[in-house]
Design a protein around this ligand. Structure first.
Ligand code: BTN
Length: 286
């Protein structure tokens, strides 16, 4: 499963900016960030988090690194993860047996837990960026963080099941914090928090707030309040209504206009006067 040679004995103490912020937020983030395995460099934080989850690591277990040598993005893409330029973080989530039995962890009428976490993590991260840096990050469906249509952060949710039972979800996020030279294929579409603001930001504070917000979103989902999370997602994603977009169908790429977020997490799009649903893949702004 894992081409990543990093193992737990290579973990180090987090640098002071991160350690101090996490210590200060200790009582506000539940189990999130505990334990935290921190690496100067790693293959992919998602790979190690999955290995830990497969070995029984509890929800909230977190892996973070200063750099990734095989960072993965959605849709089989690479996530550019150079040294010290961003936050590269993965967290273990588990379905809650009691809540699932009561039908509230994966509500029948709403998205299942992986899709709900995908949307909730976009909300948690966008609000963390806004609250700790003042930058008005927006969400592009399903959970990219963008500023003026340039990508600031991405989230990769990877689920693992045992038979038909969801075992765990690894939620990995990468945030571009410091300006760097991006590879040519993403250079025109990527940006960083500091490039947008023109000043340094406290990445420790951002990480701590993201973990706090994720813990709160997880509680909201566990309590069945998917509607509240979706409402926040809609407020943070003005482009989910009325934007001209292109998306792929089995018949090839088509264009239309965004028409909002459905209650199960699908993006609604209007094409030739009819509403269609995009449930996977991505939409491209035109
Ligand atoms: C995307 O394509 O937008 C998702 C990018 C997710 C990147 C993060 S960085 C931390 C974690 N480890 C990975 O290999 N990927 C995710």
């Amino acid at each position: 499963m894992n081409s990543n040679p990093s193992s737990l004995h290579e973990a180090v103490a987090p640098p002071a900016d991160i350690a101090e912020a996490l210590e200060a937020s200790r009582n506000r983030r539940g189990r999130f960030g505990m334990p935290l395995y921190y690496f100067p460099s790693i293959g992919s934080t998602n790979d190690l988090a999955a290995r830990l989850a497969a070995g029984g690591a509890p929800e909230g277990t977190t892996v973070a690194a200063e750099a990734q040598t095989s960072g993965r993005g959605r849709l089989g893409r690479t996530w550019f993860s150079p040294q010290g330029a961003g936050l590269y973080v993965s967290i273990v989530f588990r379905p809650d047996a009691g809540a699932r039995a009561a039908g509230i962890d994966t509500p029948p009428a709403g998205p299942g837990l992986p899709a709900a976490l995908t949307l909730a993590s976009g909300v948690a991260l966008a609000e963390a960026v806004r609250e700790t840096t003042g930058l008005r990050a927006e969400i592009k469906w399903p959970n990219d963080l963008v500023v003026e249509r340039r990508k600031l952060a991405g989230i990769l949710a990877e689920a693992s099941a045992q038979g038909s039972e969801l075992d765990y979800v690894i939620l990995g996020f990468g945030v571009n914090v410091r300006p760097v030279t991006y590879p040519p294929e993403v250079a025109g579409r990527a940006t960083s928090i500091e490039a947008e603001l023109g000043r340094p930001v406290d990445r420790g504070l951002l990480l701590a707030k993201a973990l706090e917000n994720l813990a709160a979103c997880r509680e909201a989902l566990r309590g069945g309040d998917i509607a509240g999370v979706l409402a926040r997602w809609r407020r943070l994603s003005p482009g989910a209504v009325g934007a001209r977009v292109e998306w792929r169908t089995p018949a090839g790429p088509v264009t239309g206009r965004t028409a909002g977020l459905d209650d199960d997490g699908a993006l609604l799009v209007e094409r030739d006067g009819r509403i269609e649903r995009v449930i996977a893949g991505e939409v491209i702004w035109l």
